[in-house]
Ligand binder design. Structure first.
Ligand SMILES: Nc1nc2c(c(=O)[nH]1)N[C@H]1C(S)=C(S)[C@@H](COP(=O)(O)OP(=O)(O)OC[C@H]3O[C@@H](n4cnc5c(N)ncnc54)[C@H](O)[C@@H]3O)O[C@H]1N2
Ligand code: MOO
Length: 650
């Protein structure tokens, strides 16, 4: 192999071609529909125990009656109703018992002649001659001259306590229609008519491929620059949810030969191929190139966000979807373009998407020229629903899983204003508001407390939108609790100075903040905060990582720097974790974070100040049961011990 020429790679990357011919969403659908019509997969017989979740391929007609015979519904005596006519308290009727006991499953051998009765169990076969059953508790037993007798003091009507043959299911009746997704109820029905096998639609086989040299299979060893292959797992599971059978092809290396080989095999073995990654421009983005050399590309580039680089085509007669590598983009385009194909091939009816009206909580900017789908989380405000965009971007894994639904922003709009009405298309199940809505700053201690609350049956929705965002939501009455840690530089006090009218504070805990650095760094190790900062500022190669304006930590940083602007001061991430990660990976040498996070990342720590992490609560919501339960939980000895253990001071 020739030695790797770094500069040649740089030149190639700097001169990438633009492959995408971006078309509208409708145009993409039209083109693909013209190239490929999904057909329902053929039927196959499966045993009943493997039928759960499968789609019935034909209408099923019952070949038997259920019950299969006239059946007693009670323990008692099979009688002729006419014999009981006129039976009264003062004029009882006596019937002689036939020498037979009709237990379940026993065919009668004697008819019930006039003036006689036969002992019968619940579920027993009603004998010839009898037309009704009397409950045992409505009779008395006597010994007559010719053997045992029962005494009846009330009359029965014909048909009493008998389930007639075929009264549940009649032979010839259509039991289930084709296209029914078999659940436990349908399976019970099939078993009741004696079916051991059912004709179901064969599940379409969907090959799932992930491409990218950076990908590591879940369970593999993490490495620098490595990314766990989440798309493979999400897509395989979503294939199953849509009624398909995923055929995992795993991770394919970013080279033309491997990808071409894998795609060819996948197209032969499967009914549909889904590949993720390598659709956009970029030196390694060769999926669409391989697709066009093996078959043809029908669409590459759709004016939607997420999902612009979506690529659809065919290899032979097999449709191939190349989804963008970014997880949110991959999942979104899967549901928009691939899931409907799988459902059609699986014989499932198209799911009607449910929508709800909401008000947009914050202004949501959008890219002009692409229909933008923004994932939102819904909260109940008392005046209808508020939709919070989960502004995590296409690369996020959580945006889709945390969303209740999404809104569409027109390609010609550059955004939607706060307060505007929006229609939210729900993802998955119908939206149910959570008992307790927590919006604001995130803390691992809070995660644990909320975990305990959730275990006790309170449903919790927690959105990490920062202290300021949470406080604004509390002011608008959109959340129950807004966890916050804001330092007022004027008073040196945390949180209370920021509370708007109508918002109270529930005291939380203190978190120790300090300077984080890689252990062994002589500029920091063994020094106090002042000396460490002086050493850092004296070394022009020492890079810091700051924090976002408005955070309490930033106020502390500004106090330490006293106007100095060391390298890295413009790097202003929004969380303690991002600071710790930058230092741990060597992108920066120092920053400020809380002790718990420093410990998790294995960093050195110089204590600086206690940060107060408290909960803003709208007065109007403080009396709510879930809020009271949260407060009670905070006050518990066990909770405080657990927080202490994590490094917090309640
Ligand atoms: N200069 C431009 N750059 C990009 C454009 C563009 O138009 N011009 N489009 C952007 C858009 S929009 C998207 S979406 C992404 C899509 O990129 P690719 O489909 O080529 O995907 P990759 O480059 O392979 O990966 C992107 C990202 O996703 C991660 N990834 C990939 N596969 C997986 C997986 N199986 N599991 C988890 N994560 C995965 C990968 O590591 C990258 O971080 O391109 C933009 N760029
Ligand atoms: O289309 Mo990409 O999915 O916007 O991020």
């Amino acid at each position: 192999m020739p030695p790797f020429d770094a500069m040649a790679a740089v030149r190639a990357a700097a001169r990438q071609e633009q492959f995408l011919e971006v078309v509208t969403e409708e145009e993409a659908r039209t083109r693909f529909a013209a190239a490929f019509t999904p057909r329902r997969c053929p039927a196959e017989e499966v045993p009943l125990e493997a039928a759960l979740g499968r789609v019935l391929a034909e209408d099923l007609v019952s070949e038997v009656d259920v019950p299969g015979f006239d059946r007693s519904s009670v323990d008692g005596f099979a009688v002729r109703a006419a014999d009981t006519l006129g039976a009264r308290e003062d004029a009882p009727v006596r019937l002689r018992l036939n020498p037979e006991v009709l237990a379940c499953g026993r065919a009668p051998s004697l008819a019930v002649e006039p003036g006689t009765a036969t002992v019968i169990a619940t579920g027993g076969m009603v004998p010839r001659g009898a037309d009704s059953v009397v409950m045992v508790e409505h009779t008395e037993a006597e010994e007559g001259a010719d053997g045992p007798v029962i005494v009846l003091r009330r009359a029965v009507v014909p048909g009493a306590m008998i389930a007639g043959a075929g009264s549940d299911i009649a032979r010839g009746e259509t039991l289930l229609r084709r296209g029914t997704v078999l659940s436990s109820r349908e399976i019970g029905l099939l078993a009741a008519v004696g079916r051991a096998c059912v004709p179901v639609v064969r599940r379409p086989r969907v090959a799932v491929l992930s491409t990218g040299d950076e990908l590591i299979p879940p369970g593999g060893e993490p490495r620098p620059g490595g990314v766990f292959d989440s798309n493979g797992a999400i897509i395989a599971a979503a294939v199953a949810e849509s009624g398909g059978e995923a055929v995992p092809f795993g991770i394919i290396a970013d080279d033309e030969v491997s990808l071409s080989d894998a795609l060819r095999r996948a197209a032969q073995e499967a009914d549909l191929v889904v590949l993720s990654g390598g659709t956009s421009k970029g030196a390694g983005d060769l999926s669409h190139r391989v697709l066009s050399s093996l078959g043809r590309v029908v669409v590459h580039g759709v004016a939607l966000k997420p999902g612009k680089p979506l690529c659809l085509g065919l290899v032979g007669a097999t449709p191939v979807a190349v989804l963008p590598g970014f997880p949110t983009s991959a999942v979104f385009t899967f549901h928009g373009f691939v899931a409907p194909l799988i459902r059609a091939m699986a014989g499932r009816r198209e799911a009607e998407a449910e929508t709800v009206e909401a008000r947009l909580a914050v202004r949501t900017p959008s890219e002009l020229g692409r229909t933008e789908y923004a994932m939102v989380s819904l909260v109940e405000t008392g005046e209808g629903l508020a939709a919070y965009p989960l502004a995590k971007g296409s690369g996020a894994v959580t945006a889709f899983s945390q969303a209740d639904g999404f809104i569409a922003i027109d390609a010609l709009s550059d955004g939607i204003e706060a307060g505007a009405p929006v229609r939210v298309t729900l993802i998955g199940r119908a939206f149910r508001p959570a008992d307790l809505v927590v919006m604001g700053s995130h803390c691992v201690g809070l995660d644990r407390v909320l975990g305990h609350l959730a275990e006790s049956g309170v449903t919790v929705k927690a959105l990490a939108i920062g202290s300021m965002g949470g406080l604004a939501a509390a002011r608008r009455g959109e959340c129950d609790l807004a966890p916050m840690h804001l330092l007022d530089p004027a008073t040196g006090r945390y949180n209370a100075p920021f509370l708007p009218p109508g918002v109270a504070l529930i005291p939380g805990w203190r978190r120790l903040q300090g300077i984080v650095f890689r252990p062994g760094d002589a500029r920091f190790e063994g020094r106090d905060a002042e000396a460490a900062v002086a050493a850092a500022l004296a070394d022009p190669s020492c890079i810091m990582v700051s924090r976002n304006q408005g955070s309490g930590t930033r106020v502390l940083i500004d106090g330490l720097l006293k106007g100095a602007r060391p390298p890295g001061a413009l790097n202003q991430p929004k969380s303690h974790n991002a600071v710790a990660a930058a230092v741990a990976r060597g992108r920066a040498d120092w920053g400020l974070a809380i002790a718990t996070v420093a410990r998790d990342y294995g960093l050195g720590f110089i204590p600086l100040a206690d940060e107060h992490y408290d909960f803003a609560v709208p007065e109007a919501r403080r009396g709510r049961e879930p809020v009271r339960r949260f407060e009670a939980l905070l006050a518990r000895k066990e909770t405080r011990a657990m927080l202490n253990e994590l490094g917090f001071a309640p």
